[in-house]
Design a protein around this ligand. Structure first.
Ligand SMILES: [Zn+2]
Ligand SMILES: [Zn+2]
Length: 226
């Protein structure tokens, strides 16, 4: 497995191209913005982009979907059904953040309507990409339809905005719930073994073991829930 990371948008989001070293089959997880770098990398490496997988629908994770889908029209667009309303609201998301319509272009936030999902992924399904197998796990709490992707042979989990190095995702946005996020992380991420590498939607990688020991939201140091 080869993971190439592109830090994108003002939110420093980690867009990833993940490919099978044996076959060149690849997925792009969370294309944050239109980027010649991502498309160029896929072409230069001769990768076969099978899918664009969206952990969730926030603009910094999906803003590049239309562009990459245009470059690679055969790639599927995959997300969880409960995330579709947020995903399709992409052009409105900056306005919900309080940005004024006349500011959108200057900020690079004048988003077009994103391409329709090819299909919706479900909790427990396995996405086969060459020799890689990504188990889809529904992990709500940051948003309603957030998913994480676990590759068990490679001991790697892509956690989007659920779990970060030393912290957790925001729960104050629409669809967010602190209690739901904490139980999702416990059931869907911390249930993996300690050596799993955690590749987060923002910031540096970590491991399940490190978070189990050090993350104050998981050790019980911060107990903000009911
Ligand atoms: Zn988010
Ligand atoms: Zn994010």
């Amino acid at each position: 497995m080869i993971v190439q990371t592109f830090v994108q948008t003002a939110f420093q989001q980690n867009t990833r191209v993940v490919s099978c070293s044996n076959t060149g089959a690849a997925i792009c997880i969370d294309p944050g913005e239109p980027s010649p770098d991502v498309a160029g990398y896929i072409r230069d490496e001769g990768l076969d982009l099978k899918s664009i997988v969206l952990t969730h629908g926030h603009l910094d994770h999906v803003g590049g979907t239309a562009s990459i889908k245009r470059e690679f029209p055969d790639a599927e667009v995959l997300l969880h059904a409960e995330e579709n309303d947020l995903y399709t609201s992409l052009p409105q998301q900056p306005l919900m953040m309080g940005i004024q319509p006349h500011q959108l272009a200057a900020l690079g936030m004048d988003y077009e309507d994103p391409p329709a999902a090819t299909r919706f992924v479900e909790h427990g399904e396995v996405l086969q990409v060459g020799d890689l197998k990504f188990e889809i796990r529904h992990c709500p709490g940051h948003t309603l339809g957030h998913i994480v992707l676990a590759e068990h042979d490679q001991k790697t989990v892509f956690t989007g905005d659920c779990l970060f190095n030393g912290t957790i995702g925001r729960t104050d946005l629409p669809g967010g719930s602190y209690d739901r996020l904490i139980s999702s992380i416990g059931e869907q991420v911390m249930s993996l073994s300690d050596e799993f590498v955690v590749m987060c939607g923002h910031g540096p990688d970590t491991t399940v073991g490190s978070e189990r020991t050090n993350n104050p939201f998981l050790t019980g140091l911060y107990q903000l829930g009911s």
